[in-house]
Ligand binder design. Sequence first.
Ligand code: AMP
Length: 374
Amino acid sequence: MSLRIGVLGGGQLGRMMALAGYPLNLSFSFFDRASDCPSAALGPRFGDDTDSAESLQAFIDSADVFTYEFENIPTAWVNTIAAQKPVFPSVKSLAISQNRLNEKKLFAELNIPSARFAAIEAADDLKQAIQALGLPLVIKTVTDGYDGKGQFLLRSEDQLSECWNALGAQVPLIAEEFIQFKRELSIIAVRGQQGDTRFYPLAENHHHRGILSHSIVPAPNLDENTQLMAERYISSVLHEMNHVGVLTLELFETRHGLLANETAPRVHNSGHWSIEGAHCSQFENHVRAVAGLPLGSTRAEKPSAMLNIIGRHPNSHEILRVTDTHLHLYGKTERENRKLGHITVIADSYAELNMRISRLADALPNPMALHLSR
Ligand code: AMP
């Protein structure tokens, strides 16, 4: 009999989990308010009224084991499910990852370097944070932030009231020192139910207007020590959380080494390259972990890249004409800043990869911030 995985959230991440799970004879159900969510065609959907206990119970009854594809969900949902059936990752991973202060405290406990920070409860705390940490500061909401939302770059004291007006209603906030990073990296790992762990190569991530525009993997010009250091950091987070499934750690590479930025207790946009670029994708490895199956190889044989399709759909013919390119569309309608799909591309060398990325970028309707690596 097929094991059914219940996924909290029905976005593109859930959709890609299901696409990876069906060949393993896994089936899926989803908990999402939107009847036209990207996962809707891949299994029964529950949650027309996500606030009702009956709706959640119907979802719990629909599956054998549970996971989530979005961390901004109430921990109460996960606790209710966990009282009846297994949930991976557990509520501990969720509670830490959905709260920036909890994350920072965990990094400190585990001796993982990260930006110095201060908790902000009131307007006066901002002034104290400036005294303690200097300027500029990045002010962020502690919960519910994603794609750069809920953030304010505080450059001078003159902006204090503007900053407070923008974010003060969402306290608690966190003030972080501004990191002069060389580049942004992320590491994705998967941990099975027996504690076995595998790591994907570090991704180099580029953002445009706060949203990931493209990732290059393995991050070019990387010394072996950086990959090992990232693996060491994510291992200690995985172990501390007793995490099962995929976990992502976003990092800043600085002149003095790596600094941890944040974790996501789930498959991640910077890992989409792995669908064609790794032996076993982040989606397949996640569902294998959730289903209690052996993990697959995270090895990447060649450099690969992922480009996000944001806001407007490209012409599929123009994209697929580029050699070794794959197109993944999420079935969404066009809307500004909305992730509609992504492209993966593989090449024998970084030079060839960069040429293909340039051609793909030209075929995308929205300009990307292209800082191509050599
Ligand atoms: P986050 O939501 O924490 O991933 O932040 C979104 C983006 O803001 C990151 O990808 C960075 O480009 C930038 N950012 C976040 N925190 C800092 C920081 N402390 N210093 C400099 N840039 C930051």
